[in-house]
Design a protein around this ligand. Structure first.
Ligand code: HEC
Ligand code: HEC
Ligand code: HEC
Ligand code: HEC
Ligand code: HEC
Length: 323
């Protein structure tokens, strides 16, 4: 009797396990996505990268606040506190949003899908994710970045860039292979780095250009843009990269002298031309040595604005030339 009861219980328990295994798990409740602060709570790894990026400070960046007169110039709001890009046609310029401007270029700006949920490049996103990811190939397009980054023609420069340089693929199919490299997520999932390192990062600058040269009765100096699929420096007109040269005479180094500036001038600087270095191109100049010189040194300084003094600029490269 007891044995029979136990057997019956075991059968019932077994059936219970089967039911538990085969019953499809109900999808998690979809959530209303009203603020990027919600994303930060669930996607801590991406959030930390974004927080370290210039996208997160687009509205609070002191440089921008100063230049826009605390955004009294409302033209500046559009890209620095934007509405979601996917609300606009591909490549069309974004418009400013009214709420939570301090979050700058936030998660919703790039991910909010016009039909609800979030845009992802993943062809098979999780159906259970509470933020309801939707496959949206457009999020990977150059035009997605171009809604804000083509003001100074970065996307056009990318279109004109070579497929490869020195045998290495450069152009790819957009911006992401360089600007969103692979980042590993919890559980071994492959993700995309959201820290967008560029002009403020020495490593990124050194990936873009190489300084070479030789001693030829003086200094022959070359700079090659071998690693950026657009001009160097690109985009923001305030960027400037300066080559400087100094001579060694009787064992003493002289003062640094200006050799060349790579820059797209401000609109009102009508006496200047665009001297940015296009993707794959080499700039070269020969400077004859002054009498008695037995060595030269060249260096490349990157300035986030054209008036930044030498000691605040980033030294990207330095090169010693001797007979
Ligand atoms: C309540 C938690 C939660 C919130 C809030 C949330 N997500 Fe998610 N999200 C998830 C989970 C869970 C997944 C599925 C697992 C994964 O892919 O990380 C996911 C998946 C995604 C994916 C797809 C990843 C892929 O490769 O398939 C994207 C993109 C995404 N979330 C963006 C966002 C954005 C942007 C926000 C804010 C607007 C947001 N999420 C808010 C939990 C959340
Ligand atoms: C069409 C979009 C767009 C508009 C409009 C816009 N910006 Fe920007 N801004 C950008 C982008 C994109 C960057 C980043 C590009 C870069 O750094 O090379 C940027 C970068 C900057 C930077 C450099 C920040 C730093 O720390 O280096 C400043 C300063 C700035 N913008 C000020 C302004 C001001 C002032 C206005 C209004 C007159 C304005 N922007 C309007 C897109 C825009
Ligand atoms: C909605 C507008 C917008 C979109 C879309 C956008 N960006 Fe930005 N991005 C900005 C602004 C504004 C800044 C400058 C913020 C600052 O420095 O104050 C910036 C900064 C950057 C920087 C850093 C520049 C620096 O000064 O260090 C890089 C790199 C960058 N963006 C690349 C991209 C790429 C690649 C994409 C496409 C995946 C993209 N952005 C999409 C507006 C945008
Ligand atoms: C400048 C645009 C931009 C901003 C801002 C942005 N993302 Fe993304 N995000 C993308 C793009 C583009 C992809 C797809 C990358 C790919 O296909 O390689 C992506 C991929 C993702 C993924 C899937 C891959 C991974 O790394 O897990 C998640 C999750 C995600 N974003 C969440 C967020 C969250 C959360 C925020 C805010 C903290 C945010 N994103 C801000 C453009 C952006
Ligand atoms: C082959 C790699 C590569 C590709 C592709 C690429 N970039 Fe870059 N990008 C770089 C490197 C390296 C730098 C740093 C040097 C510099 O600032 O010019 C950079 C710098 C930048 C900057 C920063 C300028 C600043 O002021 O700090 C922006 C903005 C930018 N890229 C946007 C884009 C956009 C938009 C695309 C796609 C249309 C793109 N990039 C494609 C390599 C690349």
């Amino acid at each position: 009797m007891i044995a029979r009861l136990l057997a019956l219980l075991l059968v019932l328990a077994g059936a219970g396990v089967l039911v538990a295994v085969f019953r499809p798990e109900p999808p998690a409740e979809a959530i209303e996505l009203a603020s990027s602060r919600q994303c930060l709570e669930c996607h801590a790894d991406v959030a930390a990268e974004w927080q370290a990026s210039h996208h997160s400070i687009a509205y609070t960046n002191p440089e921008v606040v100063k230049l826009s007169q605390d955004f009294r110039n409302e033209e500046c709001l559009a890209c620095h506190a934007p509405r979601p890009v996917l609300l606009f046609a591909p490549g069309e310029r974004v418009l400013a949003r009214a709420s939570e401007r301090a979050l700058g270029v936030d998660c919703l700006a790039c991910h909010a899908h016009p039909d609800g949920g979030v845009a992802t490049s993943n062809p098979r996103p999780s159906a259970k994710a509470p933020c309801r990811p939707r496959t949206t190939p457009r999020i990977q397009d150059v035009d997605h970045c171009g809604s804000c980054h083509n003001q100074h023609a970065t996307v056009e420069q990318w279109r004109a860039s070579p497929a490869e340089i020195e045998g290495q693929p450069i152009k790819g199919d957009g911006c992401l292979h360089c600007h969103m490299p692979v980042a590993w997520r919890a559980g071994g999932r492959q993700g995309s780095d959201h820290s967008f390192r560029a002009g403020h990062d020495l490593g990124a600058l050194q990936q873009a250009v190489r300084l070479t040269g030789e001693w030829r009765a003086g200094a022959l100096v070359r700079l090659v843009n071998f690693g950026a699929a657009h001009n160097f420096p690109t985009d923001e007109r305030s960027r400037a990269a300066d080559l400087q040269l100094r001579w060694r005479q009787g064992g003493e180094w002289g003062e640094w002298q200006h050799l060349w500036r790579f820059r797209d001038p401000y609109r009102d600087e009508t006496d200047l031309t665009n001297t940015q270095l296009p993707s794959g191109e080499t700039w070269e100049q020969q400077v004859d040595a002054p009498p008695g010189a037995d060595g030269a040194e060249a260096r490349l300084l990157y300035r986030t604005n054209p008036f930044q003094p030498d000691d605040e600029a980033t030294e990207v490269a330095r090169l010693l030339l001797e007979p």
